[in-house]
Ligand binder design. Structure first.
Ligand code: DGJ
Length: 730
């Protein structure tokens, strides 16, 4: 349907016809905008489907308008908006005020009939500054994404100060904010905060590795002070942006919450020349009536159908060389690892850091970054030899790069000091002994693309690239940007990153690429639009992983979650956990291993072989199924479970863990969810010689499993049980 209401002309401050109500709908949700008689575009509703959205046409909220404007779809500085504005500019003539007025809107269904697009055009009441709000509705997934396009039609430069992607006003009795915080090797820790009046913001000012500390995603539980996996109304949002971001939550004197989400305005004034426009990053929203679990499932469906490069495809099981060999290897070390990986049934071998640099060999983190030719001393046989060896054993091959970075000890730093992010006359602090290259510079973009392209040229047998980034931006300065455009750095870096990725994807659509940034520094949908998966964390220890993977799963699907079994004592935490617990944790994501197989015992290898074989049998459920978290890894009980149910509800895989000692007198019970109550499921315990659970080998009703549940023998810390459920008649 194409509905253009451009013909509706403003006549004084009144519409010639009824002011329009704009209904952006999915199967179960409505987002309703309304044009006020004065031409403001107001945001009336985001939540359950309202078939009669036109009822909003005469809606009155009876608040004192002289104390603040009504909730606007894109609040600006100017008029009576006293909240943090989504848009704040200095106009060409120095005017600081912007008052957006409706011009027209269009709605159409895209070639993919599941997707529809609504574009609302607005213009400042006085000056030719235009804003388009674009809403894309994904019917089946119940997801609506949105961004803004800001166009300067004025006679001179307009400076953008705030330029958020979206504003979401919400009215509820209480707002419980759930977001992810953390640090390197401790990413994605879930935190719940009851919002109070005033503002809270979640942001990154690091530009690169933006998601270690905070993640640009959140949930809001409405009308309840407790977070619930299964019940209640929950809004979830996630920003697709790989640079500095800001999510701002502000409760005003009308008890209304406004969420602003977008690129961080911090030190980021952006000048638009006459005729130029700025497109903000995409913000992704969903609304659930089935608690946090429902919100996650909507986002996962959207991510797998639209939001990630990989879609439902999951990277093969793999052995990564990092924790097993670090920088210390030769061709024999690697081919032995390939042999061991093949013997355990793994499907890919990934050569991590350390394979490059000659004048400045990459034998440690101090040298070589930037010099992407094969280290002739370490690997005189070349990369093709290792890659072909892996292929000859039936394995795919992957290789590590970190193309945005340079060590001071490198030929690249000698040749191109002007490419380093650095303010004139100031020292650039190194981090992990490296500097950041200035991706706002097109010459650097060409270089970074070239690193990828040349690496792919090292062998025809390269299937996977691990793209790392091990520092963030600080003391920023760009030799490419003029003195009056230095604040463009943050936006231009992120856009430069995307330009490179677009070129790579145009040439290499089928190469699998992992976004790693010292572990989980790039876990967000901006990166995932180009990458197949993320390296969830450098912390590979299974106990820590319970929380890291739980937090990640709130917003991101298992398809993107690289999870590796590593050695004990764990290299990050020193903790010692059984091999079964390590596998049972890693198998809930994209399984891999990251250790020296030669150091494993025969019994461990035999266990690994079996667990990998089992995983291959059910990983389609992990990749494509619906996720139900049962409890949380923060629960006092110490018992936690993750259940994936296939879309047809005929198969399910249940991972159960004991992550804290819980006494010796009883065992945890888990009521399952999402099954077919009328079906009967054959229950089989996996990754065990002989099950100790009474229900192993039984055929049980879906109703029983959901109403009564199961009580696996989880007696001691690090006990874990995995069950495959298959409906009879499969
Ligand atoms: C940080 C990554 O997160 C690790 O997995 C590994 O690739 C190292 N960098 C290599 O330097």
């Amino acid at each position: 349907m194409l509905t253009s209401l451009a013909a509706l002309l403003l006549c004084g401050n009144l519409f010639a016809a009824e002011p329009p109500v704009i209904d952006v709908a999915t199967d179960d949700l409505s987002l309703v905008l309304r044009v006020s008689p004065q031409g403001e575009v107001l945001f009336d509703h985001f939540g359950g489907r309202i078939e009669t959205a036109e009822s909003f046409a005469d809606y009155k909220n009876y608040r004192r308008s002289d104390y603040g404007t009504d909730p606007e779809a894109y609040p600006t500085m100017g008029g009576r908006n006293f909240r943090e504005p989504a848009l704040r500019v200095t106009h060409a003539d120095g005017d600081l005020n912007t008052e957006l007025r409706y011009v027209s809107h269009t709605q159409r269904t895209l070639a993919d009939k599941n997707v529809s697009e609504t574009v609302v055009r607005m213009k400042d009441a006085r000056l030719p500054l235009e804003v388009e709000l674009v809403y894309t509705a994904y019917a089946r997934e119940n997801v609506i994404t949105t961004h803004a396009v800001i166009r300067n039609g004025e006679k001179g430069d307009v400076v953008l100060h705030n330029f958020y992607s979206s504003a979401l006003p919400i009215r509820a009795r209480s707002y419980l904010l759930t977001h992810l915080h953390g640090a390197w090797a401790k990413e994605c820790q879930a935190e719940h905060t009851l919002l109070t009046h005033g503002a809270k913001s979640i942001e990154s000012r690091k530009e690169v590795r933006t998601t270690h500390t905070e993640n640009p995603a959140f949930m809001l539980t409405l009308d309840s002070e407790s977070f619930d996996e299964n019940y209640g109304e929950v809004i979830a949002g996630a920003l697709a942006w790989s640079g500095n971001f800001r999510l701002n939550f502000e409760i005003d004197e009308f008890d209304m919450l406004t969420v602003l989400a977008g690129a961080n305005p911090y030190a980021s004034e952006y000048t638009l020349r006459r005729g130029e426009s700025f497109t903000t990053p995409e913000m992704i929203y969903t609304y659930s009536f089935a608690g946090a679990g429902g919100a996650s499932r909507n986002l996962h469906d959207w991510a797998r159908n639209y939001g990630t490069w990989a879609k439902t495809h999951m990277v093969p099981t793999l052995l990564n060389s990092w924790e097993g060999a670090y920088f210390d290897f030769d061709a024999k070390t690697l081919t032995d690892m390939v042999d061991d990986a093949a013997a355990m049934g793994l499907e890919m071998f990934v050569l991590d850091d350390g394979w490059f640099g000659n004048k400045y060999p990459r034998d440690n983190a101090r040298a070589g970054l930037g010099d992407w030719e094969v280290n002739a001393k370490k690997l005189p046989e070349g990369i093709d030899y290792i890659a072909s060896y892996a292929h000859s054993k039936g394995l795919k091959f992957g290789i590590w790069i970190e193309p945005e970075m340079v060590n001071p000890d490198s030929e690249l730093a000698e040749k191109h000091p002007d490419w380093v992010v650095k303010a004139p006359g100031r020292e650039v602090p190194t981090m992990r002994q490296q500097w950041l290259l200035d991706l706002s510079n097109p010459a650097v973009q060409d270089f970074v693309f070239g690193v990828f392209d040349r690496t792919m040229g090292l062998s025809k047998q390269i299937d996977y690239i691990k793209w790392d980034a091990n520092r963030h931006a600080e003391s920023i300065g760009s030799k490419y940007l003029s003195a009056d455009r230095q604040t463009h750095f943050w936006i231009d870096y992120a856009q430069g990153f995307y330009k490179v990725l677009e070129r790579i994807r145009a040439k290499y659509p089928d190469v699998m690429i992992q976004a790693c940034a010292s572990g989980g520094g790039r876990v967000e949908y901006g990166a995932l639009g180009h990458f197949d998966e993320v390296w969830t964390s450098d912390n590979t220890e299974a106990l820590s992983r319970a929380r890291i993977q739980y937090g990640t799963s709130l917003f991101y699907p298992a398809t993107v979650m690289g999870s590796h079994v590593s050695a004990t004592p764990n290299h990050q935490t020193g903790n010692i956990t059984p091999i079964k617990f390590r596998f049972d944790m890693a198998c809930a994501g994209r399984l891999g291993m990251e250790l020296q197989p030669k150091k494993m015992t025969e019994a461990e290898r035999a266990f690994a072989r079996k667990a990998i074989e089992n995983y291959k049998g059910y990983r389609d459920i992990v990749a494509e199924g619906d996720l139900y978290r049962i409890g949380t890894p923060y629960d006092e009980s110490g018992a936690y479970a993750v259940l994936y149910v296939s879309k047809d509800r005929k198969r399910a895989v249940l991972f159960t863990y004991c992550i804290r000692y819980q006494g010796r007198t009883g065992l945890p019970e888990f009521r399952l969810r999402g099954l077919d109550p009328a079906a009967r499921y054959a229950v089989r315990e996996l990754n065990v010689e002989k099950s100790r659970c009474w229900f192993h080998g039984k055929t049980l009703g879906g109703d029983f499993l959901m109403q009564a549940g199961v009580n696996p023998k989880l007696e001691k810390i690090y006990d874990s049980c995995v069950f495959l459920l298959e409906a009879s008649g499969n």
